[in-house]
Design a protein around this ligand. Structure first.
Ligand SMILES: [Zn+2]
Length: 323
């Protein structure tokens, strides 16, 4: 309650600053890969009445169509400024606008093993600090919903947490919203299960497994390594829904016959512009979602790439995979 009250009592007018850089886009360029990168830094909650806080895109664009950072209080169900036009102009409160899908372009789409994908991209090296999940409809490739929680480490002193968050999120300008909203990992998973159940994707009657859906990650680290580590630190049993997952890099390798070291490489090769701040989990999860949407449209079958046999033993299902 204290944190909620603190958030509400503060004047929350966020700030965003954008820089964009475009590589060679000459029509004479024959290379299939063009360089296109957009980097954005944002601050989700800055003090009010700061005249320098107007977002300043370095290119001219239609204001109503330009990309906006998400209100990270809103993703936590804690935005108190929904009736403030200036706030709504600066911050997105729905990601449907930035993920418009033209269904008529999905002619190559293949049948999928799952009805929904859960794109997950954890942040936090020592303990998990952020748990963002984008729910994607496998048929339409549309975004159905977002789940986003900042996670408070359980085994660190307050001083260590403050230093850790300042170093990790301070430069992205979201350290205050992290402090205002973060909850324990245990509470995060409890809320995540409620969210999954609301979407009929999980239930105790299913043995705790996912229903018609699967996690999609960029690499194996998130589900193979970090989730079990954090469960151990938080003294929790590993939930049954973390027993299998889809490493998008392995699907990418087998579908496009090209090796991609990470999300940025996949986006560059597929000429997908990236938005937001790299290593802000919610933005990375949305950028991985953009890659997934393209792969679905291109006709890739997004299949399970790894299954956990036991806590320490994982079976990889693709012969060609990124090691
Ligand atoms: Zn808001």
């Amino acid at each position: 309650m204290y944190r909620l009250a603190t958030a509400i009592s503060r004047g929350l007018v966020p700030r965003a600053a954008y820089t964009l850089c475009f590589g060679s886009l000459s029509p004479l360029t024959l290379s299939p890969v063009r360089t296109l990168c957009i980097s954005v830094s944002l601050s989700a909650a800055q003090p009010q009445h700061d005249s320098s806080s107007t977002p300043t895109p370095s290119h001219k664009s239609n204001t109503s169509n330009r990309w906006k950072p998400m209100c990270l209080y809103h993703t936590h169900g804690m935005c108190t400024m929904l009736d403030d036009p200036a706030h709504l102009e600066k911050f997105s409160h729905s990601c449907s606008d930035e993920f418009r899908v033209d269904i008529s372009k999905l002619v190559n789409k293949q049948p999928q093993d799952f009805d929904y994908f859960l794109v997950l991209d954890l942040e936090g090296k020592v303990e998990i600090l952020e748990f963002p999940v984008v729910l994607v409809d496998a048929k339409t490739t549309r975004i159905v919903d977002l789940f986003h929680r900042f996670v408070r480490p359980s085994k660190m002193s307050e001083q260590r947490i403050n230093e850790y968050i300042e170093g990790k999120y301070g430069k992205l300008g979201v350290d205050r919203v992290w402090h205002d909203t973060s909850i324990s990992f245990e509470e995060t998973l409890q809320q995540f299960e409620v969210w999954l159940a609301q979407h009929h994707l999980w239930g105790k009657e299913l043995g705790g497994h996912l229903n018609r859906s699967a996690f999609v990650t960029c690499g194996n680290w998130d589900v193979k390594t970090k989730i079990p580590q954090q469960c151990n630190v938080s003294k929790m049993k590993l939930p049954s829904y973390f027993m299998e997952w889809i490493n998008l890099k392995d699907v990418y390798l087998n579908f496009y016959k090209r090796r991609a070291s990470g999300m940025i490489t996949m986006m560059r090769e597929l000429q997908i512009p990236s938005f937001g701040s790299h290593h802000l989990g919610i933005d990375d999860a949305k950028n991985i979602t953009r890659v997934l949407q393209r792969m679905l449209a291109d006709g890739a079958r997004i299949q399970i790439t790894a299954k956990r046999i036991s806590l320490d033993n994982v079976e990889f299902l693709f012969e060609n995979r990124i090691r």
